[in-house]
Design a binder for this molecule. Structure first.
Ligand code: ATP
Ligand code: MG
Length: 414
């Protein structure tokens, strides 16, 4: 028996039936197939991480991660349709049409610190399953499920923590946050997503460690923060985002007690969650446009006195807001463009000119701007009738559209 396997037997093995029968219908066929093939090739292979956790907690997993003792090169050679990805963490993507199964080799803590040219520590030291578990972030994310014998290997009492609703870091929180400060954000995000309590020591260290987030590369930070709001639990996320001072750090505009704006924000978050539930597309630019709308409105109102045309005041306000935000939490250019377009198009919904209305309708950013307009109506920033008119307009045929434009003109003349 090799050492990996020995460690498996030495450690606690929870029979799944004791807790709750795992529903194999929730495991994708591609994940099952990958596991079977790895095992046929005499490797150990387990489902690990979010998928085991989510099934145990009654959620449908969004994707599947597999941990194995096969090296990335060995995995790559077994699966024809696969590719090795990553530099810091080398892993293999096994491709099944549109589904990707992520296969990673059991990892140990690097025994020597090797820095790559970009300054990031190289992190490809392979190890045993136990060492692999030790490197994972939370006890509930370090559960290894064997689909054949239906056992879960639980090195850190993750199952007990699920039962107790506790989100607990493996090891000393201070050290684990220092090792990788993104874990601070992951703790807050999982607490929101899974409606769990962050364990006392893991939560108390957040405050002391939060400054470490300054060292996280911007793109990683951006992706992690977007996951707070674009993965179906935006409302819960916002509560904890504010509670843990993250709004103050990254989006100070969210820190206010303006009832109307909070209403608008809440409605925006609700709509985002609903779109995800309905498998509709979501754009980070739209969400960021919601976050900063109050600032844009206030500034453009202020600038109206100084500019001959309101659109110039709006443009100046948009530039200022984006520049100010860029100093705190830079927004990628493509999202900044979406945000400006959504904002710039808002006054154009007031137009009564047939030519301008049709031009707006054919604008590539019409749909997002229309959704934004509806949000403004839902939160009563503007009259509901404006949104209703546009909804009617896009649902009508050309003949009725022309008639509707006349009614819009008449309404404005009253
Ligand atoms: P979800 O995909 O729902 O956000 P997840 O737990 O699957 O949740 P992933 O980012 O997909 O999260 O990571 C998969 C697993 O890899 C985690 O469950 C955890 O075991 C490990 N992991 C991810 N990021 C870290 C990290 N920064 N530090 C330690 N372990 C991590
Ligand atoms: Mg995952």
């Amino acid at each position: 028996m090799n050492s990996n396997l020995l460690q498996v037997f030495q450690k606690k093995i929870y029979s799944f039936f004791k807790l709750k029968k795992i529903n194999h219908a929730l495991i994708s066929n591609s994940a099952l197939d990958t596991l079977t093939i790895l095992k046929k090739n005499n490797f150990h292979a387990f489902i690990v991480g979010g998928a085991v956790r989510d099934i145990l907690m009654g959620y449908k997993p969004k994707d599947f991660d597999i941990a194995t003792n096969a090296t990335p090169e060995q995995v790559r050679s077994i699966f024809k349709r696969s590719r090795i990805i990553g530099r810091r963490f080398k892993l293999v993507h096994v491709i099944y049409g549109r589904e990707i199964i992520e296969v990673s080799t059991f990892r140990a803590k690097p025994r020597e610190k090797i820095k790559m040219s970009n300054g990031v520590l190289k992190d490809n030291e392979y190890g045993s399953i136990k060492e692999d578990a030790e490197r994972r972030d939370f006890t509930i994310n370090a559960l290894y499920y064997d689909v054949e014998d239906k056992n879960i290997i639980d090195f850190y009492d993750g199952i007990r923590d699920i039962q107790d609703n506790q989100l607990r870091l493996i090891g000393k929180p201070k050290l684990r946050y220092k090792e990788d400060p993104i874990r601070i954000l992951r703790a807050i995000r999982f607490a929101a997503k899974l409606k769990m309590e962050i364990h006392s020591e893991s939560v108390s260290e957040i405050k002391n460690s939060i400054n470490l987030l300054k060292s996280v590369p911007y793109s990683r930070l951006f992706d992690e923060i977007m996951k707070f709001f674009l993965t179906g639990h935006a409302q819960e996320s916002m509560v904890l985002f504010k509670k843990h001072n993250l709004s103050n750090i990254y989006f100070p505009s969210l820190e206010n007690n303006n009832k109307d704006f909070n209403n608008f924000l809440l409605q925006g978050l609700k709509n985002t969650d609903l779109r995800i539930k309905n498998h509709q597309s979501i754009n980070p630019g739209f969400l960021l446009a919601v976050f900063l709308w109050k600032d844009v409105r206030e500034l453009s109102k202020k600038y109206k006195k100084n500019f001959p045309h309101p659109s110039l005041a709006l443009n100046k306000a948009i530039d200022d807001v984006l520049q100010k935000q860029a100093r705190i939490f830079p927004v990628q250019k493509r999202f900044a463009i979406t945000m400006s377009e959504i904002w710039r198009l808002q006054p154009r919904f007031n137009s009564t000119s047939s030519k301008k209305i049709y031009r707006l309708l054919s604008h590539p950013r019409f749909r997002a701007s229309y959704d934004f307009l509806l949000l403004r109506c839902q939160s009563l920033e503007i009259s509901k009738s404006e949104g209703l008119w546009w909804t009617q307009f896009i649902e009508s045929n050309k003949e009725n559209q022309d008639l509707l434009i006349i009614t819009k003109k008449n309404l404005n003349n009253e």
